[in-house]
Every structure is written in structure tokens, then in C-alpha cells.
Design a protein around this ligand. Sequence first.
Ligand SMILES: C[S@@+](CC[C@H](N)C(=O)[O-])C[C@H]1O[C@@H](n2cnc3c(N)ncnc32)[C@H](O)[C@@H]1O
Length: 259
Amino acid sequence: MKRIVLGDNAAVLPTLPRRFARLVYVDPPFNTGKVQARKRIRVQATAGQGTRGGFAGRRYEVEKVASSTYADDFDDYVGFLLPRIEAALRCMTKDASLFVHLDYREVHYVKVALDRLLGRDKFVNEIVWAYDYGGRPKKRWPAKHDTLLWYALDPENYVFDFAAIDRIPYMAPTLVGAEKAARGKTPTDVWWHTIVPTNGHERTGYPTQKPLGVLERLIKVHSARAAPCSTSSPAAAPRARPPRATAAASCSSTTTPTR
Ligand SMILES: C[S@@+](CC[C@H](N)C(=O)[O-])C[C@H]1O[C@@H](n2cnc3c(N)ncnc32)[C@H](O)[C@@H]1O
């Protein structure tokens, strides 16, 4: 069952069932200090004068479509986010994982706050999503990565389905032999992935939309229990592949029901 609930998650989370979600992905505003908006237009070919010229003298009507916006300016960011994450804990199964998606602005403050809330021993990975798109400032290194903080509620019992990890090509395939090169390798904690292409089919027109590729990897590897997973060695897990989860994107906090 998939449900998208539109509302302030501080009000919604307490109404959700207990212990139903094995994966909680939180993608809050990043505190950019701006109103996040994505201007959208609809372009229609027209036999008339139209407002815009195109290839081979064609004319087009350009219509502004209502754009979605949200405020992204918090005096006390940790005070905004942590109570909401705390409210999500009751919805999580004992073997659940929490992913909090942030950028350089607040990730370090939130990490310290989450260590306090959950315990530092619950922290598993800092995943860097690296993308190389957009402008390049001349006075500092271009900020082209986000960070996902991964916490496991029980560091002895969480889902990491190694067999479900999508593989990436070797940088120097000729050095690893044909079989390995053909199979590819599993990613590290640095995920190179483009942002959502401007005219991509998955584009929803939502400001700061995250690419499905990043979300699907989380869902495939962390939401469905293939076999009891211990911290000893993922390779020990039998290679049975669980049914694949379908991504549920574009809601600020995504919960995937247990199966
Ligand atoms: C970074 S965007 C999420 C983008 C989305 N994950 C995607 O990939 O398209 C952050 C979202 O958090 C929402 N938001 C801000 N405060 C919220 C709150 N208190 N409860 C629920 N959503 C909230 C904003 O409206 C915005 O949609």
C-alpha cells in the first residue's frame, strides 16, 4: 500500500501506525535562506503570432504554469528538524534505518544532534552524493555534493542487502580481468549521480527534487529483508534477491512499510 500524506509531518507522524517502517528517508529543506521555487512554463505551437519564435520561423505561445514553492529559512534549524525525526522513531521497526539528506549548511549540526538523540553507536555511514552540474563560483570550490547520514536503530540488526546493490563500472577495467570488469563493482560511500535532468522524464517540476536513482538504491538495499543481516559480513547473506521496492519520491519524508 502506498500513501502520500500532505501535511506538516510534526502533526502527521503521531497519527501513523507504530513500527511499520523499515526505511525512513528524510529530505528536509536545507536552510538556504531562500524561498525555494521552480518556475514552470508550458510552450504551445501556434499558427498565430505567439509570444516566442522557434526553429524554422515557428511561433509558440508560452504560458506560465503555477510553480511550487516552500520557505527554506530557519533560525533554529536543529530545533525544527530533530523533533520531527524523533516523532518518526515510533513508526520505525526495530531493524529500521534512518537516512537524513542534507548539504554542507546544516549536516554537521544535525549529525551531532542525531548522535545525541540516537546514540553515536547507531551511526553507520556518511554517504556523499556527488553531482557535477551547474555554475562554478570563482572564489571557492563549487559545492557539488549532498550528504546522507545513515543511522541503524539496532547496529546488530539492520538491512543491508548486498546482493541488491547496483554495480558501477571499474575505473580501469583492463586491470581487473574480463569477468570482474563485466560484473562491475559495488559503489563506495561516495555516489556519483547526476541531478534530475532539466527535461528528464522523472522531473516533477518540484524545487530541489532528488533523483530516483539515489532513492531507488536506498530502497533496494535497505528496505526489504532478504535474510537475517548481521554486522559480520554482508557477503555471508544468501544471494536470494527480495522483491524490489518501488520508489516513492517527492514527499519530504518517505516511509516504506515492512514486508
Ligand atoms: C528538499 S524538499 C523535498 C524534495 C523531495 N524529496 C523531492 O525529491 O522532490 C523539502 C520539502 O520539505 C517540505 N517541508 C518543509 N517543512 C515541512 C514540514 N514541517 N512537514 C512536511 N514537509 C515539510 C517542503 O515543502 C519541501 O517540499
